[in-house]
Design a protein. Structure first.
Length: 86
């Protein structure tokens, strides 16, 4: 049983919304780490680097199925794959 067009659209909207919140959270972590010296401790450095990976992956998921719809040889699809794998 495949998904209907409305179900697929609902999943895309949920995916992009959740990714947007995650991008905001990663941006907050990165900004806090860079702007405030009190947060520059070894354990926070791990969170800082993980936030960059999270940011990259969530930008890839915000593209949702746009890259796949253009085909696996398209530049957008290749870039999306790069972001998610990085």
């Amino acid at each position: 049983m495949s998904l209907t067009e409305n179900q697929t659209l609902a999943i895309e909207i949920a995916e992009r919304t959740a990714s947007s919140f995650s991008v905001l959270g990663a941006a907050f972590i990165i900004t806090t780490f860079v702007s405030n010296r009190r947060f520059r401790k070894p354990i926070n450095r791990l969170v800082f680097y993980a936030a960059w990976g999270n940011l990259s992956a969530n930008i890839g998921t915000m593209m949702s199925v746009s890259g796949v719809r253009q085909g696996s040889d398209s530049t957008l699809c290749q870039f999306q794959g790069f972001l998610v794998q990085w």
